[in-house]
Design a protein around this ligand. Structure first.
Ligand code: RI2
Length: 336
């Protein structure tokens, strides 16, 4: 999607940082998008409220396209935009204040949610558990760090997570949290699974059927865990649940630049070879023992309950509104 002509530079910079994965992680990109909307509201120089609304809609549509898979991104944008649309502000200053307050609210909620997941998830771990994780997820890392603080766990196997090696980020952060980190190649997942008590990963999207979309390779870890009868947990804030999956939409899987897999030069030198680079895969609910959310630990089969609590009858009616995301708004969905 082309950038709207009146797009402020900082919005373009946020979009590019998300797209290029300079800013990454489903929670972080959601917070960045909310902050970008607030920045865009600040940068608007017009005086007409209608023009402000149209402009914010264009910014929102543009930001939604930065990356396709993590549902937290459109959910964060809808949270802010719904507040603006519902308020129908009479002037630009009022509209700007609404956008900035909603963005701040989302960002604060998101940060608190990660902390809550850390606490709730750590309770699920037992003393002496050896854990494996994949990629870098701040939600999963919060669980592991909190469990370490509680003196419950020590050793954690971290998969390198090709092609972008985000496992190295996880290894560094978990090492700083005091864990005894073992970095392993992705191909060693089954080799080490026999030493593991639990797997914890993050999520980019949770579907209505309890399936979890996460970094490519997650489903292989789940397979190996199931074979070895190792518990498989997902740490995910409720704004990573995808309302559109209730009405049968699929979560799109992002395919990234082949150069991430084989290097620019190699790809150029082998024009006859197709290189494919899917960034995410789908782990079905039957491989997942529990999803740790900020509202509690639940079975993946309870995903429709979270979605209904959030979106109420809207999902069955005129269409899905992804904006109803905050606990304060729960319950009101069925009145409208
Ligand atoms: P948090 C990441 O996607 C990983 O797949 C990670 O598991 C997930 O987002 C959740 O991350 P990417 O942005 O929100 O690295 O838990 O492609 O940090």
């Amino acid at each position: 999607m082309p950038a709207p002509p009146d797009l402020p530079g900082e919005v373009l910079a946020s979009w590019e940082a998300i797209r290029s994965m300079k800013i990454r992680g489903a929670g972080r990109i959601a917070r960045e998008a909310a902050a970008a909307l607030a920045g865009a509201a600040d940068a608007f120089s017009g005086r007409d409220a209608r023009e402000f609304l149209d402009y914010m809609e264009r910014v929102a549509a543009f930001m939604r396209e930065a990356r396709p898979t993590a549902v937290s991104l459109p959910n964060a944008i809808s949270f802010v935009m719904r507040r603006l649309r519902d308020a129908r502000p009479a002037d630009v200053d009022a509209g700007r204040a609404i956008v900035k307050a909603a963005a701040r609210e989302f960002i604060e909620y998101s940060s608190r949610a990660v902390d809550a997941i850390g606490e709730l998830g750590a309770r699920r771990l037992r003393n002496g558990d050896v854990v494996m994780t994949h990629c870098h997820s701040s939600a999963a890392a919060a669980v592991l760090s909190e469990a370490r603080r509680a003196g419950k766990i020590n050793r954690v196997y971290v998969k390198e997570t090709r092609p972008r090696l985000q496992g190295l980020t996880a290894a560094r952060i978990l090492g700083e949290a005091g864990l005894d980190v073992v970095l392993i190649p992705d191909s060693a997942v089954r080799y080490f699974m026999k030493d593991v008590d639990r797997v914890i990963v993050g999520a980019d999207a949770v579907a209505a059927n309890g399936a979890v979309v996460n970094k490519i390779g997650t489903s292989v870890v789940a397979l190996a865990a199931k074979e070895a009868r190792v518990n498989f947990y997902v740490a995910a804030e409720t704004y990573k649940f995808s309302p559109k999956t209730i009405v049968g939409e699929l979560v799109p899987i992002e395919f990234r630049d082949p150069a991430e897999v084989a290097g620019k030069g190699w790809v150029a030198d082998h024009p006859g070879i197709e290189v494919m680079n899917p960034a995410f895969d789908v782990t079905p609910a039957e491989y997942i023992d529990a999803i740790i959310t900020e509202r509690g630990v639940m079975s993946p089969y309870a995903a429709p309950l979270i979605l209904l609590e959030e979106y109420g009858v809207r999902v069955w009616g005129a269409g899905v509104d992804e904006g109803k995301l905050h606990p304060e708004e729960m319950g009101r969905a069925s009145d409208t």
